[in-house]
Ligand binder design. Structure first.
Ligand SMILES: [Zn+2]
Length: 95
C-alpha cells in the first residue's frame, strides 16, 4: 500500500506539486478578490474612466488593449482581469 504510494509519488511528484501550487494560487486569488471586492470598479465606472475600452468585441484592457478574461469569484460574482499585463479591470456582482 505505502510502497505503491511511494512509487506514485516518485513518478508524479512534479505534477502533484505543480497542481498543488496552482490550486493554492487560485485559492489565494479567490481570497484576495473577495477581500478587496469593493475596491474594484464596476463595469460602468471602468468604461466611464476608459471610454475607448468599450469596443464591439467587449471591454478591453486600458493598459495593453487586449481582451479581458473573466474569472468567477465564489459568493461574489465575476471579476474581469487582463491576463496579459496582470491588471484587474472591474467586477460584476452576482445577480
Ligand atoms: Zn492588459
Amino acid at each position: 500500500m505505502w510502497n505503491s504510494l511511494l512509487v506514485f509519488w516518485d513518478q508524479y511528484h512534479g505534477l502533484i506539486i505543480g497542481f498543488g501550487a496552482l490550486g493554492l494560487v487560485l485559492l489565494f486569488n479567490q481570497f484576495v478578490y473577495r477581500r478587496y471586492w469593493t475596491s474594484y470598479p464596476t463595469r460602468e465606472a471602468y468604461v466611464a474612466a476608459h471610454p475607448g475600452c468599450d469596443t464591439v468585441d467587449g471591454v478591453v484592457c486600458a493598459t495593453c488593449r487586449r481582451k479581458a478574461l473573466v474569472g468567477p469569484v465564489a459568493g461574489r460574482g465575476r471579476i474581469y482581469r487582463c491576463g496579459w499585463c496582470d491588471t484587474e479591470l472591474y467586477c460584476v456582482d452576482a445577480a
